[in-house]
Design a protein around this ligand. Structure first.
Ligand code: PEP
Ligand code: MG
Length: 536
């Protein structure tokens, strides 16, 4: 007999209380929080011969025909074909193809890369950093094996394995009422001790997150509201060459942003919604200089194209993840953050006028210093004051910051003097503490380091408690020492990892935030953290 499945363990745990009079705490500890993954996502029923391996970047199983561009993927999907989108790496330009794909396969990138974060947010299987795969013209190769566009492949986003052909799916327990019972008990145990929110960027994500039991949004990445077809709108603003052009682009953005926020506030009525001001890694949002140069060489660039090329060259960076990102772009283009806050407040006012109850938290990304935060905090506070002056009942707004650079973590006490909350961005904090690029290092170096015992685990998956965790712990303590009311959360990918959740609880955090599909896992893991560490 094989070991019990996740569903069997959940049923047994609930039976131990309901039929055998057992203890709820013991029942909650009977199930490994990671077992819930197999219950929530599709699984293959047997393994085939592995064609290539990468990082299991977003759990679940997917079968589909290989497509290499998002447009081809959409055409195939429209013709009724299930597709797997295969790319070296993805960017916001690919999102329309990612959205309809059964699964996503990249040859580069790690667990916090664009493909991984977007796929996990949607609960879509993804394998990232499958380095043995070489993508060519209309095909990919692995050694001697050639896989053409249209050929079927299968992805296991849990193990990171890629198979040739269609692997059959296992039977999924569609009905598992015991899971709701177990999670209900988990919620009672962790109530008032460790909250669980979701990282959600769109109203659809927010609705799903609430269905999974999220108690609010801990991170709305506003740059993700401009993916796919809406990419040109944000590009126009970043690339604007004159104040007039910038103003025009911002006015257009304000209209769409207000609708985005309204949808989120409605979906999360009466729950906190943390909106992070724009943090677009420029390489993901700008047109490719190489492609524009090629068009130029072929004489295909019109006047607009030539302007775009000049602007793209101007903003091009060698190390964009440490370049004009986050609050730095906000300071260079400060009309942007003013616009986002105005749009958010206008949405909140509209929601409130219709009887809704908005709870807004505005968050500044990639802060390095208290003075930088104070500058931007002042802009936000000014916009809030103006908006509230026009209302009978003011909207309550908290203003806080991500702590995701080592410097911000070291200066947490000073930053906390002005901040009402901190949210730890452990993706960037891990990247910058290790000096491990979140896009490049995992499949090649981290795997080798783990195999040699040089590090215990992939630090992008499970928090490194020695250094990154120590920064979280000490920044949380320093912040609370200055400002005892400081709210503390985490919104990096570790917010959905059970071992990391235990650490965050021990470090005094109030909530964790993770992708909607990981919310049930986080609810159980949070209760287990409370039970294992009581009293904290
Ligand atoms: C982080 O860095 O942990 C974070 C949540 O921000 P992002 O992944 O968007 O950089
Ligand atoms: Mg970050």
């Amino acid at each position: 007999m094989g070991s019990p499945s996740g569903a069997e363990k959940i049923r047994a745990a609930v039976r131990s209380v309901e039929e055998q009079g057992g203890d709820i705490a013991a029942a909650l500890l009977m199930v490994d929080a990671a077992d819930l993954e197999a219950v929530i996502h599709d699984q293959f029923d047997m393994a085939g011969a592995v064609l290539a391996s990468g990082l299991g970047a977003s759990p679940g199983a997917a079968v589909g025909a290989v497509c290499f561009t998002p447009d081809d993927a959409v055409d195939a999907y429209d013709a009724g074909i299930d597709v797997i989108l295969v790319k070296d790496e993805t960017s916001p330009e690919d999102v329309h193809g990612m959205a309809i794909a059964e699964g996503i396969l990249t040859t580069r990138g790690g667990l916090a890369s664009h493909a991984a974060v977007v796929a996990r947010g949607w609960g879509k299987p993804a394998v990232c950093g499958a380095e043995a795969i070489t993508v060519g013209e209309g095909c990919f190769t692995v050694g001697d094996v050639v896989v053409n566009a249209g050929d079927l492949i299968s992805l296991d986003g849990t193990t990171g394995q890629v198979f040739l052909g269609a692997v059959s799916m296992g039977d999924k327990d569609e009905e598992l009422p015991e899971l709701d019972v177990l999670l209900g008990w988990a919620d009672e145990v962790r109530a008032g001790k460790l909250g669980v929110r979701a990282n959600a960027d769109t109203p659809e994500d927010a609705v799903r997150a609430r269905e999974f039991g999220a108690e609010g949004i801990g991170l709305c990445r506003t740059e993700h509201q401009f993916l796919g077809k809406r990419l040109p709108e944000i590009r126009r603003m970043i690339l604007a060459a004159t104040p007039g052009a910038e103003e025009e682009a911002l006015t257009a953005l304000e209209i769409v942003q207000k609708q985005d926020y309204l949808g989120l506030l409605v979906a999360m009525d009466d729950l906190p919604v943390t909106v992070r001001l724009l943090d677009p890694p420029l390489h993901e949002f700008l047109p490719s200089v190489e492609a524009l140069v090629l068009s130029d060489a072929l004489g295909e660039l019109d006047v607009d194209g030539a302007e775009l090329l000049a602007a793209a060259r101007h903003w091009q960076e060698s190390n964009p993840m440490m370049g004009t990102r986050g609050v730095r772009l906000g300071i260079l283009r400060h009309g942007l953050y003013h616009m986002q806050v105005r749009a958010l407040l206008a949405a909140a006012a509209e929601h409130q006028a219709r009887g809704g109850s908005p709870h807004i938290e505005i968050m500044v990304p990639l802060v390095i210093d208290a003075r930088e935060f104070e500058l931007v905090r002042g802009w936000i506070a000014d916009e809030v004051e103006v908006a509230n002056a026009a209302l009978d009942r003011p909207i309550e707004v908290l203003i806080g910051t991500m702590i995701e650079t080592p410097r911000a973590a070291m200066c947490a006490g000073l930053i906390a003097e002005e901040a009402e909350f901190f949210s730890f961005g452990t993706n960037d904090l891990t990247q910058m503490t290790f000096g491990f690029s979140r896009d490049d290092v995992e499949s090649r170096i981290v795997r080798e380091y783990v195999a040699r015992g040089l590090i215990d685990a992939n630090p992008f998956e499970t928090l490194d408690q020695v250094a990154v965790g120590e920064m979280v712990r000490s920044a949380a303590a320093a912040g609370r020492a200055v400002n005892p009311a400081l709210k503390l959360g985490v919104c990096g990918e570790h917010g959905g990892d059970p071992a990391s959740i235990d650490f965050f609880y021990r470090s005094g955090l109030d909530y964790v935030s993770c992708s909607p599909f990981r919310v049930p896992i986080a609810r159980l893991a949070a209760a287990q953290a409370v039970l294992r560490n009581e009293p904290r």
